[in-house]
Ligand binder design. Structure first.
Ligand code: NAD
Ligand code: KPL
Length: 306
């Protein structure tokens, strides 16, 4: 066990899921809330509430805002990708030299932006297949068991503080190829999520689009090779088909964001893939067309395109 408190920045679905499990294991956890108003509301309420199956547990964890005093040695960033850089900038002055900063954002691009803000920190990228969502009353439902891959872009060795995750029963695996994991997840997301928004369908509805899926996967495979991620390209089309079958009844996270009128992480998903393709000089016309159609749809709905 290690004794530095875990500071959780971004106390939404994933932040709550992590904070509660770490606290349940007896580890010190501090919540970093966005502003004084949110802190006030939190302090007047019962604390965090986590629902697992039929069981609800409350966790009255100490909370503060970014401008509270005191150094931070271990930071878990669980904001959306589009908020991560600003959120981390708000606590940068409190980070100790060599602080560990774990980034749980989906997609790519936000991690690199945060890492360049923090040259003296040990920045760990993570990719999770766990699922959680917040009920309107604020309780967070642990909806999908999964695994969290962690690693540094420099392919560093597993740190000792991973013992905290084991102790908290957070399923995890250290990898020396976290970028491959993030790229693979991003590629699957690029093939599935935009089409589900455009076609207004659950993932299984994409069985009706075999040709589009085949062309998009082929372009993604070429792109993955061009950006130095050949392993992430291996068997991509088959994996996309497998995910569509395994999640046929589910609505993709992007579909759910759009349906709820929430900002999407498009810029860090298909937006990132298209930007990387442009930078690499790799033509991806079908992916570009999908991206363009998605942005047009978001504009029609009055949702941000970045
Ligand atoms: P969320 O919207 O539920 O939570 C994000 C939280 O960050 C919100 O409470 C927001 O108020 C807070 N926040 C934003 N800016 C802040 C700031 N400056 N200071 C403090 N707090 C700030 O999002 P989520 O669903 O928990 O997702 C977080 C990340 O995890 C996303 O990148 C998402 O794609 C990824 N992810 C989520 C799931 C899931 O099941 N929810 C699964 C896999 C990956
Ligand atoms: O991760 C997903 C998401 O919805 O974001 C997939 C696996 C694509 C399932 O829809």
């Amino acid at each position: 066990m290690t004794d530095a408190p875990w500071y959780v920045l971004g106390v939404g679905s994933v932040g709550t899921l992590w904070a509660c499990r770490l606290a349940r294991a007896g580890l010190p956890v501090r919540l970093l809330l966005r502003n004084a108003a949110r802190l006030g509301r939190y302090q007047q309420g019962p604390g965090l509430r986590l629902i697992e199956g039929n069981c609800e547990t409350g966790f009255a964890l100490p909370a503060q805002t970014a401008d509270a005093p005191g150094p931070i040695q271990r930071l878990l960033v669980a904001c959306k990708a589009y908020d991560a850089e600003a959120a981390v900038a708000s606590v940068r002055h409190r980070l100790s030299n060599g602080a560990q900063v774990v980034l749980l954002q989906n997609g790519l691009g936000s991690q690199q932006a945060v890492a360049s803000l923090l040259p003296k920190a040990e920045v760990i990228f993570a990719s999770t297949t766990e699922g959680a969502w917040a009920r309107p009353d604020g309780a967070v439902v642990f909806a999908g068991q999964g695994l969290t891959w962690l690693g540094t872009p420099q392919s560093g060795p597993a740190p000792v503080w991973l013992d905290d995750l084991t102790r908290a029963a957070i399923p995890h695996q250290w990898t020396t190829d976290i970028l491959m994991r993030l790229w693979r997840k991003l590629a699957i997301n690029c093939a599935i999520n935009p089409l589900t928004v455009l076609d207004q369908c659950p993932n299984g509805g994409l069985r009706a689009h075999p040709r589009t899926l085949a062309v998009v996967c082929q372009e993604l495979e070429v792109l993955l090779h061009a950006v130095g991620q050949p392993t992430a390209a291996c068997g991509l089309a088959e994996d996309v088909e497998r995910v569509i079958e395994a999640t046929a009844e589910n609505y993709s996270s992007m579909y759910q964001d759009v349906a709820a009128g929430r900002r999407t992480e498009v810029h860090y998903l298909i937006g990132y893939a298209c930007a990387q393709a442009r930078q690499a000089g790799t033509p991806v016309p079908a992916l570009d067309a999908l991206h363009k159609a998605l942005l047009a749809k978001l504009r029609t709905l009055g949702l941000p395109t970045g």
